[in-house]
Design a protein around this ligand. Sequence first.
Ligand code: ATP
Ligand code: MG
Length: 630
Amino acid sequence: MNYKEFHRQSIEQPDAFWGEQSKLVHWNKPFSSVLDYSKPPFSKWFVGGETNLCYNAIDRHLATRGDQPALIFVSTETNTEKVYSFRELHAEVQRMAAVLQRLGVGKGDRVLIYMPMIPEAIFAMLATVRIGAIHSVVFGGFAANSLATRIDDAQPKVMVTSDAGMRGGKAVPYKHLVDESIRLSATPPSKVVIVNRGLDKDMPIVAGRDLDYATLRQQEMDTKVDCVWVESSHPSYILYTSGTTGKPKGVQRDTGGYAVALAATMKYIYCGNAGETYFSTSDIGWVVGHSYIVYGPLISGMATVCYEGLPIRPDPGIWWKIVQDYKVTVMFSAPTAIRVLKKQDPAFIKKYDISSLRHVFLAGEPLDETTHRWIEGELGLPVYDHYWQTETGWAILASQPGVEMSPTKPGSPAFAAFGYDVKLLQEDGTEITEPNEKGVVVVVPPLPPGCLTTVWGQDDRYVQTYYTSFPNKQVYSTFDWGIRDKDGYYFILGRTDDVINVAGHRLGTREIEEAIGSHPAVAECAVVGVADQLKGQMPMAFAVLKDSSIAETAEQRAKLEKEIMGRVDAALGAIGRPSRVHIISQLPKTRSGKVLRRSIQAIAEGRDPGDLTTLDDQAGIEQIKSAMAK
Ligand code: ATP
Ligand code: MG
């Protein structure tokens, strides 16, 4: 079957299509209907079916591949490498599950996981869903107040944490932050389980509340904990969106739909086979970590890599060494990480035997054409951009090489994934049918299996946030702006919030960034719209160079700025030309690696930069401030 037919079937005959895909996972009790869409826009998939995510990720494989690798832990921070077979993973997850059960965690209770990238974090996730409880993983870099907001929203019974994480060779305290967040929280958990790595000698312990995991585990070495079968729509987890727009939303995920969707993506998008190794460089704190460090690969019988460390330490070849050592076949990373590698010596890629690798997938931010071409050239493999959101749990737009091989187009995440009825709408709701016209990317509901079923505890907010952008049309808005070319390839132009309106012409930040990034000296850049009396808004650019020594003097910078503006003129005409191109050495990014345009814009307009708790490093914001002060 070709892609077009496959996609059409998924939209026109969802029952037949998803009924077929449902066979990719184990059901303890078969479902009575594929889809219940009696209360739009809420959809329930595989109604009445009973399953369990952990059973599908582990138990199901014991008979066929019990002794094969399931979890590969590599830490370049503590210099540890450890491989767990499916059988060993099964044992560890049951121990963790027994500990949670003994602490009173049962079906529907929440467990908040605030952990570095260590195997116990993954045990905790799998153990939680094993017993029918609901996990909420919070990214380990979030500060105490962000953590407290999430505690109050999810109201966990138990928290699982660690004394510390490690970053660039330095211990980063976690437990201290947990204590602080519990002080700030209105509904704190009664127990905190601590995986003590011995990295923080001053870790405080609150008697009666804080418990040592090693001690608890010792009591459960041989405890068997059966999977609790749950109805398909039973929540498996809550995960908050990255907060790039400043309003994190608690995405609620079901069980059955998610399992089926992930299994299908492993087949049709990632082409990962049982017995092979999948390496996602994300973090379990993000949706990519949920779907493609933990559940997707394991459900399909693949080994998954849990990597604690930076992409350039001990040297920029570390990822490719992991690919070589563990014969990785599928890799998943983010454009921001590839741009980091682009600033390094490419010889590091060539140093290792990466012949096992079939292809690489990237997501999280627009992948500029220059970076896309660069990484494909260096690896000599297809590199697929694909587009998705925390909300959807898996790709909305993606090449689907498992259905049909189609060439990649630089900068494009390709086509609608199966199950997504994607359209482009003008702001008044008119559908765009002509190629290369800009519109908001929307999905006609019902959303396919695996997507958010609601906002945790706030059905109204779910409908209000996602389905009310267009008059007289109940469609799911992605709040991203895009185009579709004549061959049907989509291009994402940026967030609707970030669209720049220059004298009535609407420009996506991406379009201008693309032109700036094509200058060979530029490593990465960000463009924002700044209020302008005459034109409404004017683009302003901030660029980071591959080699900053070429722009040390004011003269060199002026020359470079002119050259870069010339690139924009050539690509978009004078309408897109930024008022200034500021050369800086670091962009402000969220902890998930996304450029924080809203704060750059605020500073450029002399306003308060707003909530900066999602910021990775204050230095980027300082750079913007000092560039504006000059
Ligand atoms: P919040 O919703 O809390 O403001 P966020 O939107 O950054 O945060 P995520 O769900 O992590 O949270 O990110 C999804 C967004 O990331 C998309 O809506 C889109 O703007 C961007 N994105 C993801 N993948 C791509 C891609 N391949 N190309 C372009 N943009 C992408
Ligand atoms: Mg978002």
